[in-house]
Design a binder for this molecule. Structure first.
Ligand SMILES: [Zn+2]
Length: 303
């Protein structure tokens, strides 16, 4: 690693031993004194915030859109959007947990001139997988995202709701032209061991098919159990999301405050991101935002 200020233009440059180069022309007086930090920390910091904001925006958007679909009894949209919400929240939690552990290790690296480089070596591969990861066949190994089931199983385990994986299977079935998609608008389908089938009713929205006055027990609302599953999945996802948003916020916030990334750049960013008291990350003073202080493991509650 080599940090220099170039002669003719005002750039800070870090050359890595593998030949790669990072450089910036946006730095403060403090940045000029700490060139490696000024090149590396604002870059990592802005990527962490981009990761957090993207998760926050897309999860909230899916939560609101699936809520509207559920309320409007738009079952095809509701099941597909709830499935996407479940994947989105599960990935958000999985990556928060992994990046949080990685940042906890990076924060404890010994101080010294090469700390910025070593912090980057710790965080960069995980941040790349988290934010740029893909399942496209042509993608290189370092960008290979985990299977979505890995996220969903982690969510099931850490929330203590094992049926999440079963919900996910059924929501996935409904998102494809498959059995749960074909029975979205039907009453409960019943088949006897002998293959005898009971009458099945189809209706776009629930209707009573019997007469309450004649025989209350014969009333069939022409609806099956699946809409309840969609709603249960939505409730769990939004419940987790409400806990996860402030929890995961602490990760980029602690990075910003510990690395002093904002003080190292010339032009300000992260406007309107901070609260006032007693700590801008809203940890209430529970996290010491300085090097060598612990970054506590992030956990979500068991349901
Ligand atoms: Zn704090």
């Amino acid at each position: 690693m080599q940090a220099t200020t170039s002669a003719d233009e005002d750039w800070l440059i870090v050359k890595f031993t593998d030949g790669s180069i990072l450089a910036t022309d946006d730095f403060s007086d403090l940045g000029r004194m700490r060139p490696a930090a000024a090149v590396i920390y604002p870059e990592l910091d802005s990527r962490l915030w981009a990761w957090w904001l993207t998760h926050a925006w897309s999860s909230l958007e899916l939560a609101l859109a699936s809520q509207t679909a559920i309320r409007g009894w738009s079952l095809a949209s509701a099941s597909t959007l709830s499935r996407s919400l479940l994947e989105s929240v599960a990935a958000f939690w999985y990556e928060t947990r992994q990046l949080g552990a990685s940042w906890g290790r990076a924060k404890n690296l010994p101080g010294g001139e090469d700390r910025p480089v070593r912090v980057r070596q710790e965080l960069n591969p995980r941040l790349l997988k988290a934010f740029r990861g893909t399942r496209l066949k042509a993608s290189p190994e370092f960008l290979r995202a985990p299977n979505v089931l890995t996220w969903v199983e982690r969510l099931a385990k850490d929330t203590g709701v094992p049926m999440v994986t079963e919900w996910y299977d059924k929501l996935s079935d409904a998102a494809h032209p498959s059995s749960y998609a074909r029975t979205l608008y039907s009453s409960v389908t019943m088949m006897h061991d002998s293959c005898g089938k009971a009458e099945t009713h189809f209706a776009y929205s629930p209707i009573a098919t019997g007469s309450l006055e004649e025989d209350p027990d014969s009333v069939d609302a022409a609806v099956n159990e699946f809409p309840r599953l969609i709603a249960d999945a939505w409730i769990l996802c939004t419940d987790v999301l409400l806990e996860l948003l402030p929890l995961s916020f602490k990760l980029p916030a602690d990075f910003t405050l510990t690395s002093r990334a904002l003080d190292l750049v010339g032009s300000p960013y992260l406007r309107n991101m901070w609260t006032d008291d007693p700590c801008p990350c809203s940890c209430g003073g529970a996290i010491a935002h300085k090097w060598a202080a612990a970054f506590p493991p992030l956990r979500i509650s068991q349901r």
